[in-house]
Design a protein around this ligand. Sequence first.
Ligand SMILES: Nc1ncnc2c1ncn2[C@@H]1O[C@H](COP(=O)(O)OP(=O)(O)OP(=O)(O)O)[C@@H](O)[C@H]1O
Length: 342
Amino acid sequence: MISMQNVVVSYGSTTVLPEFSLDVKEGEFFTLLGPSGCGKTTALRALAGLTPVTSGKILVGGKDVTRLPSDKRQLGMVFQNYALFPSMSVRDNIGFGLKVAKRPQKEIERAVREAAESVDITEEQLGRGISELSGGQQQRVAIARALVTRPKILLMDEPLSNLDAKLRKRMREQLKLLQREFGVTSIYVTHDQDEALSMSDRIAVLDKGRIAQVGTPEDVYSRSRTEGVCQFIGDVNRLPGEFLKGATTLPRDGARHYVRFEDVAVQARGGETPPGSIVVPGTVAYSGFNGPYRAYMIECAGHKIRASVYGTDRDHEHTGSAVDIVIRPERVMSYTEDGVRC
Ligand SMILES: Nc1ncnc2c1ncn2[C@@H]1O[C@H](COP(=O)(O)OP(=O)(O)OP(=O)(O)O)[C@@H](O)[C@H]1O
């Protein structure tokens, strides 16, 4: 559906995207994820035709759009600052694209009503000015405005970043449901790992303008291809080599080993453990209630290991409790000195 092939984007003498290639399938929710400044927005703007590319090709539905102006690419766009027109009513904001396309008034009215309904904007709110809506409502207007022209592709750049934490979570679900309902191929830019993991069919993790890994949320989280991806997504402990003496299946020779917080079990010292487990005695240095899980910091032979224990575990919550940390070797992610999975 969308193919970016060896796309290069430079600002002056600085190359921000060196040879960027990407393929997105029809109907997919595809996310560009990476730290600030890694080039996510630049990649999206190049795809949208808002930033010129130095070389390379961009294909949409098999058609070369590399030199096509943005408004000819049939894209819907939602940006971080919404880019709504403050002096227009909500109704006129949503209908703007159709008006520009000179569609009949009757059709615009019907389409605006349907789009508003799909994002829970009421008839009464349609008559208001943009500034009379909350941030969350404005966000939904921006989405309705992008969807009203029934684009085949929807580009979103950090569309939820101005919302508070609770609303963000709700909007994630709503966006995802809308995306399915409209069947629109979506490219989503975020630096928020949770957002990317919970919404995407596939994720491209970017690092300094290059794609470090493309995969399903499970792939990038549980089978991170590089040390950088492993550290960027989720929380990890680096495991000291001396913890791994018994774990004969794990690679050696300078390899670096990581385990996610939730893959570290905490249990009473000297209890039964599954055969082959990595077991290290330690002392609880900190334990804190976090709602669905308890966060631990365990002092193990001079190293601090963190664990997130889900469920109603209360046995070892006191500072100073003598415990064992237990890790299944298959949950350990190992990388060579060059940061490649081994
Ligand atoms: N118009 C511009 N002129 C010069 N440099 C730019 C321009 N736009 C972006 N850059 C630079 O290009 C790099 C990538 O920026 P980009 O906005 O694509 O990153 P990002 O991953 O989207 O970051 P963020 O999450 O902070 O938005 C940054 O180093 C940025 O400073």
